[in-house]
Design a protein around this ligand. Structure first.
Ligand code: NAP
Length: 345
């Protein structure tokens, strides 16, 4: 019951966030790559990491959209820092905000973004997969995958695999600092699955709005499987999952609220549910920020799922089944092989 109440009453403990360690970027360069960092939860995650001195690559399809977001983040940081004491100003440095071109609907774009980062940085401290697809209707990408699966799972899978050496370099070069981290934002939608499904099943059924949600859930459960597998296969990296709960981000529900007639019903439903149980976007980012900065997180936490308050939760039975996770992994490697992208098994 308490866990249920926590889930529905998210907190945003700004004092706690401010108490977490600050980095001096001039002497200690710590790098972050975030997918989906220029809106929603991602925007607030970037804001707090930037205030903590991290060098952050924000990926995006549109350079102008990311640069606009960077301007807003800089302005908001100035506002926040105007309330710092002079001692805080002397001890807390701003990091750096950088744009990295990446369209996750194209595997070729994933490969070139990974290469660009590998050629620019010596190591990577944190990789955050915070991408959202807003329940887009069924379609195939030019790589031939169902779009929500590619954006939320297949492309992040490929990017993570390509960047594993860069993440592992953090442990190799700086064994004395906290471990490199991979953080995957999941969703309560992963609970839709009570049994395992064939990865080739695209759920192209009607009603469309319902199966859009199911496809989103399938992509998110595949993402959890990925993290579970990484936590076993790559013990030099701390891989965790965050389920932000129900966040009142208008864009994520726009597919449903724009539907003719029934859209009004959805709008009322989301507003009422959100009023009582929803969290703001900044509250929704709390657990991701905690996973990034909390020095108490250790390799004992590898593969764990954390709720919106940063507390460990179990996740669904299908998400936790390692046989299923291995099947999802092998399916993905085979599919990428078919595209001439070879990943060691
Ligand atoms: N909001 C919720 O209630 C909720 C609940 C549970 C879990 N989550 C999860 O929390 C995370 C953040 O959610 P959010 O609501 O904050 O997301 P959001 O504001 O909708 O952000 C989506 C981000 O994904 C990017 N994106 C979309 N398609 C892309 C593509 N083809 N290539 C590259 N980037 C692309 C967008 O970039 P562009 O600017 O290029 O469009 C945008 O920055 C997601 O993983 C979501 O599944 C959210």
């Amino acid at each position: 019951m308490n866990a249920m109440l926590d889930f529905f009453h998210p907190m945003l403990d700004l004092e706690y966030i401010q108490s977490l360690p600050y980095i001096t970027p001039y002497t200690d360069r710590r790098t972050v790559l975030i997918l989906g960092g220029c809106s929603g939860l991602g925007w607030y995650t970037v804001l707090h990491l930037y205030l903590h001195g991290y060098v952050i690559y924000i990926t995006g399809r549109s350079k102008s959209r990311v640069l606009k977001s960077i301007d807003e983040l800089r302005q908001e940081s100035i506002n926040i820092r105007s309330n710092y004491t002079s001692q805080e100003l002397n001890e807390r440095y701003l990091g750096e905000l950088l744009y990295l071109e990446l369209d996750l609907s194209q595997l070729s774009s994933v490969l070139s973004a990974a290469n660009k980062l590998i050629n620019t940085e010596r190591n990577l401290n944190i990789l955050i997969n915070n991408l959202s697809t807003n329940f887009i209707p069924y379609m195939k990408t030019q790589d031939g995958f169902e779009i929500q699966l590619q954006l939320n799972y297949i492309s992040p899978f490929l990017l993570i695999i390509k960047l594993l050496p860069l993440l592992e370099n953090t442990t190799n070069y700086y064994p004395e600092i906290e471990p490199p981290k991979i953080i995957y934002t999941s969703s309560p939608s992963h609970y839709f699955f009570f049994s395992y499904f064939s990865m080739d099943e695209d759920f192209k059924y009607k009603p469309i709005f319902f199966f859009n949600w199911i496809r989103y859930g399938k992509a998110k459960i595949s993402g959890i499987h990925l993290i579970k597998m990484l936590s076993l296969r790559n013990p030099k990296i701390l891989s965790t999952i965050v389920d932000p709960g129900f966040v009142m981000n208008p864009t994520i529900f726009s597919y449903f609220t724009r539907l003719p007639i029934i859209g009004i019903l959805f709008w009322c439903l989301f507003e009422i549910f959100g009023y009582f149980f929803g969290s703001t976007m900044e509250e929704g980012s709390f657990s991701v920020i905690k996973n990034c900065l909390d020095p108490d997180l250790t390799f004992d936490d590898n593969g764990k799922i954390f709720d919106t308050n940063g507390k460990e939760v179990k996740g669904s039975r299908v998400a936790n089944n390692m046989d299923y996770a291995a099947r999802t992994w092998i399916w993905t490697i085979n599919k990428l092989n078919e595209k001439n992208i070879h990943i060691p098994n």
